[in-house]
Every structure is written in C-alpha cells, then in structure tokens.
Design a binder for this molecule. Structure first.
Ligand SMILES: [Mn+2]
Length: 324
C-alpha cells in the first residue's frame, strides 16, 4: 500500500491549509492566508507593548495567537482537499469543493501585505479566508476588501467582547470602531453575537447603543432562542450586499477549545456557530472570514486547532454559495 504524502507544504513541516495548492498568483475564488500577528499588547490600561515583543504572561492576558495559523494548518489535514474527490462535503449534498471552487493558499502575511492581498482578491471577485493572529487582523482585511470592491458590507462578529474601545486605534480591542471611523463599515450593518462575562467596559456599550450596532449577548440567544435571533438577523441584512464573518475563538465554550487568549467559561457551542454561519451566508454572499485569538500553546491534543480548521471549512462551504 502506497504511503500517503502531504500534497502541498507551505514551509518546513507545515502543510498548506486543507492542503490547498499554493498560490502562484493571487487570483482564486477563495484565497486562504495566515496573518500570524500579535501586537500592541495591552497588559494594563497604561502600557502598550510594541508588535513582536514578548512580555511576560500575566493573570489577565495570554499570548501566542501568532502561532495559530501554522497550528491550524497542521490540524486541517483532517479536512484535506486531497481526499478522494477533492473535498466532497456531506453538508453540501456531497459536492466536491475542489471541482467547484478555485482555492489557493497564499501563505503567511503581515498586516500590510494582507491588506494588499485582500484588495487584489476582492477586485478579482474572490473571497479571503484568514487565520489570525489577534483580533486586529480583520482591520486590514476589511480595508483591503472594501478598497478592491466597495460594497455595503455587513459584518457578523462572534466574540465574548465588543472591541469598540476608542483608543489606541490599531489594537485588538478597537478594530471595529476604527473601521467605522475610517468609513469602511456602517455601524448599523454590524452585529456582535455572544458577549458574556465581565471583561467589558461601559464606554463600549454606550458607543454601540448610540450608533445602533446590534449587540446580542449570549444570554439573549439562550432566552429568545437561536431561530428567532437568526430570523431577525437575516431580516436586518436584507439590504446588505456581502457579509464578512469574524470569529474570535473566545466566543466558544473553552471546554470545546481551551486554546483561547481570553477564555470565559460557558460559551457558545461549535454547532451553534456553524448554524449561524450557514444561515447568514445562505442569504448574503460571503466576502471574507477570519478566525482570531487562538493560542495553540494552551491547546490539548489539537482539539482547538481541529475546531478552528472546521470553522474555516464552513467558510469555504459558504464560498460555494457566494459563487453560484
Ligand atoms: Mn474576544
């Protein structure tokens, strides 16, 4: 019996995401990339560490999101497009992903080069699927996507936190506000699903309410039920031209994924998240997806990396709908 070999290696012992072919040009229906960026670390309200620094861990902060893209790629061979048939998806009536989408892996990028790549990709009509990195990562991606093809872009954010701080403008707690300030997003087109716990600040919810950003805490999903929330969400998105989905892994219950920068017990289940992704992208074409704040050094048996890869796979499924 012939031994199976990994089909596409990105660098060293790291395969490409889903073993997708490496990009020779940036054009594809779907461009997969990593942004192993973790910077502007904020250990307290008065100190900001520059990108690339490695401050000591504290009780309040975990690091290691810059190690996430390669860890997720390693786990993603479970979902390899090199399986017989090229990624035949049970959830899509056994359609082959590779036969219906040109999927390329563009490797790891800086914030700056990710923005360029997103611009070229959306200009060519493609979708970006990005492995972060901390939660600043959607900032350059959305900027680039909007520069390449300006659309009324809705954003569905899964996060335990609002990330609507006023300053500093470029860190993983202010990115949505900065995108609004820069004119790339309209506040009313933003929905934040899943906030819970006490790691919140009053000024963020004041800003959200004043600007009509839809915030749906996890408790509201529990009390009113996901089907009701989803029908209101899709109704609200009826005038949206495309949707960008941003998934902070800390929205997930840490029992499913312990490898989080800011864990908080009793979160969303993976299948709830997949259901929302599926429903939203069935009514609005997907423009891009990112998964952020995964820290592999806290993972157990690739449990979190496998889940992260599964979320990226769901985004890939959504791209089939965006194309047809
Ligand atoms: Mn968060």
């Amino acid at each position: 019996m012939a031994k199976r070999r990994l089909a596409h290696m990105l660098h060293g012992d790291v395969p490409s995401l889903f073993e997708a072919p490496l990009a020779e040009s940036e054009s594809g229906d779907v461009v997969l990339l990593g942004v192993p960026y973790e910077g502007m670390l904020v250990p307290d309200r008065h100190t900001l560490y520059p990108p690339g620094s490695r401050p000591p861990e504290t009780f309040y902060s975990r690091f290691g999101a810059d190690e996430a893209p390669d860890a997720i790629r390693r786990a993603s061979v479970i979902y390899s497009l090199e399986h017989e048939g090229g990624g035949v998806a049970a959830e899509l009536d056994f359609v082959s992903l590779s036969d219906n989408l040109k999927i390329v892996e563009a490797g790891n990028h800086t914030l700056e080069s990710a923005e360029d790549l997103a611009r070229q990709t959306s200009k060519a009509g493609g979708v970006t699927i990005t492995l972060g990195g901390d939660h600043l990562v959607p900032h350059p991606l959305i900027r680039g996507l909007q520069q390449g093809a300006a659309r009324r872009l809705g954003v569905v954010i899964f996060d335990s936190h609002l990330d609507l701080h006023p300053a500093p403008p470029l860190w993983a707690g202010s990115q949505w506000r900065t995108l609004i300030d820069e004119g790339h997003l309209q506040p009313a087109d933003i929905t934040i699903l899943g906030p819970r716990g006490v790691r919140q600040s009053p000024q963020e919810i004041v800003f959200a309410r004043e600007h009509n950003i839809q915030v749906i805490p996890l408790l509201e999903i529990d009390e009113r039920g996901l089907p009701t929330i989803l029908s209101e969400l899709t109704e609200r998105m009826s005038e949206i031209e495309a949707v960008y989905i941003s998934l902070d892994i800390d929205v997930v219950d840490p029992s499913f994924c312990p490898a989080q920068k800011y864990p908080d017990a009793a979160g969303m289940t993976p299948r709830e998240i997949l259901t929302v992704m599926r429903k939203v992208t069935s009514v609005v074409p997907i423009a891009g997806f990112d998964l952020c704040c995964f820290s592999p050094r806290y993972d157990e048996g690739q449990r979190g990396a496998l889940l992260a890869a599964r979320f990226a796979l769901e985004a890939l499924y959504a791209c089939l709908g965006a194309k047809t």
